[in-house]
Design a protein around this ligand. Structure first.
Ligand code: PGA
Length: 246
């Protein structure tokens, strides 16, 4: 059985404040866990976090360009310099609101890896796609767009399964629903590299909270969580980070 270190990642989205940075940093420094903890705040806060062994830092987006005349963009190298070690790529809000498509997601993931950042690549189906029983088909298409083209990314990325209908809605996928998709993802990417498919961490996102995380983390292919709303509450996020995984 491959040992995969659970990753509990906070996606603050366009939320947070200097007070939250201080409060979260203090709270996380007090807990002991073997899980890896990651905070992805708005990039402006990256340099405000005190250096700590208790958590890693990440960004929520990265430019697909290296450098140059791209007003408003931030490069992977800049994120790395600012303290980020991870970057979320292809979040459904980016895909829906800012036109990030699979080609862009791949380009961003490659830029991240080139700058020594680990991309957390997000995939998920809409409610309509789930109702039409197209979940596996949709996920397979997204996976192929990234990993068939660049199978080496399997060894250098994290996958986040985030059913779009569960994000920010309070409606979580059941542990069984999530496990079924995680297992499908792992099986699917095995055709690119068996060993890397067993080792890659597949985390779940979509209304994860301190109550529902225990049952989700108990599933064999769920290697952690990408937490939105609940990651803005220091006590609740700490509790999620502390939840034991087997
Ligand atoms: P949520 O967000 O936990 O608020 O549903 C998760 C995400 O969008 O990553």
């Amino acid at each position: 059985m491959t040992q995969r270190r659970p990753l509990i990642a906070a996606n603050w989205k366009m939320n947070g404040s200097c007070e939250l940075v201080q409060g979260m940093s203090a709270a996380l420094s007090q807990i002991t866990t073997t899980n890896e903890i990651l905070i992805c705040p708005p990039v402006i806060f990256l340099s405000s976090f005190p250096k700590s062994d208790a958590y890693q830092l990440g960004a929520q987006n990265v430019s697909n360009e290296l450098q140059g005349a791209f007003t408003g963009e931030i490069s992977a190298d800049m994120l790395r310099d600012a303290g980020a070690r991870y970057v979320i790529v292809g979040h459904s809000e980016r895909r829906a609101l800012y036109g990030d498509n699979d080609a862009m997601v791949l380009a961003k993931a490659l830029r991240a890896v080139a700058a020594n950042l680990t991309p957390i690549i997000c995939f998920g189906e809409t409610l309509a796609e789930r109702q039409q029983e197209k979940t596996f088909e949709v996920i397979a298409q997204h996976l192929d767009a990234v990993y068939a083209a660049h199978p080496e990314l399997l060894a250098t990325s994290v996958i986040a399964y985030e059913p779009i209908w569960a994000i920010g809605t309070g409606e979580t996928a059941t542990p069984e629903q999530a496990q079924a998709v995680h297992e499908f993802i792992r099986q699917h990417v095995m055709k690119f590299n068996v060993v890397a498919a067993q080792q890659i961490r597949i985390i779940y996102g979509g209304s994860v909270n301190a109550e529902n995380c225990t049952a989700l983390f108990a599933k064999p292919d769920i290697d952690g969580a990408l937490v939105g709303g609940a990651s803005l509450k220091t006590a609740e996020f700490s509790a999620i980070c502390l939840t034991a995984q087997d």
